[in-house]
Design a protein around this ligand. Sequence first.
Ligand SMILES: Cc1cc2nc3c(=O)[nH]c(=O)nc-3n(C[C@H](O)[C@H](O)[C@H](O)COP(=O)(O)O)c2cc1C
Length: 409
Amino acid sequence: MKRRFPRPRDLAPLMKFKKPELNAKKRRLDGALTIWDLRTIAMRRTPTAPFDYTEGAAEAEISLARARQAFEDIQFNPGILRDVSKVDTSSTVLGGPVALPFGIAPTGFTRMMQSEGELAGAGAAAAAGIPFSLSTMGTTAIEDVKAANPDGRNWFQLYMWKDRDRSMALVDRAAAAGFDTLLVTVDVPVAGARLRDKRNGFSIPPQLTLGTVINALPRPAWWINFLTTEPLAFASLDRWSGTVGELLDSMFDPTVTFDDLAWIKEQWPGKLVVKGVQNVDDARKLASMGVDGITLSNHGGRQLDRAPIPFHLLPEVVREVGKDLEVHLDTGIMSGADVVAAVALGARFTLIGRAYLYGLMAGGREGVDRAITILSEQITRTMRLLGVSSLEELTPAHVTQLQRLIPRG
Ligand SMILES: Cc1cc2nc3c(=O)[nH]c(=O)nc-3n(C[C@H](O)[C@H](O)[C@H](O)COP(=O)(O)O)c2cc1C
């Protein structure tokens, strides 16, 4: 091999010094290429107890691990030689437009994860043209969410409490504020066992013990935000000194049945979706009641552990009731490819919980924007590589579910 001295003329094109990004938050978020990267940043910046409340699931956290594994255990089957120069990720869901096939799932106590809370989620959803769901256990008023997403779609999630008048008063407020869809969550007759919260002594609001103060030292921004913004307020209660699980158990009504659902349906003027469906028989029953949609979900693994995997239920449920109502899906989505796989197997729409919350904890509103951008780019790229240019072109033939966790027999 013959060697020579490099000439300045050869070196010049190699030297591409970029202007350094002076905005630390932007630098941090731009460096995140996946939702898992956002999670790493979130963990650094959030005290352990609220981070674990967000990340954790019930019991041994098997439901969540399996749901994520199920998305990994697929094979995509691409078609070749299609024109994919333009890709359309928009569709119609529950009678209204969505720019992407996912929306933001309802999550409780969101301002405790990061002070911007629901307003960050609603603002980011507005900018991206996707629906935002506000939880009954949300920490921002219904009307304030509407103000943050005035022209976009807002959905309200209902938990039926023992105090029905108060639950229905929230539903009335959501209707008055123009929320177009009610998600009735049905997988919380009692709270699941969130062991991380017990171990961390996690309470609402977080308490200043010696342990939490030491844990706060490397995460000053979270505490400064927490202590200099409006104290957490809930629609349902002012203060609670127990764990989230104890709070849920004190409020939720374990006697709720299909008859109550029919009654709620009569009160609500908009679209109604039942969230937390986990078998075909219940899906059929809901279809016969005339609900507009169901969300196959095990609550992100936070309720029954070893629950059915929503993504595995999907093909059969779509086959049985897909013509009668919209089938949506959540639990375990950490990538845009997961969303594409769900749509290919018949989901009309998906919801993201932690994927959005990791973004929120990593950087407030901009962090949620980043999470949506990451998922959106992954969706577009996966569709192109599959050879499809619109969501309608996705079919079950594009996805093979590999067999590791499929029920036997
Ligand atoms: C921190 C947290 C709080 C949640 N709070 C609620 C809630 O108040 N109401 C509800 O219906 N679902 C709630 N969920 C469940 C989500 O709506 C959604 O079903 C779940 O997060 C989807 O799984 P994923 O996190 O893997 O995306 C919560 C989930 C998380 C992670």
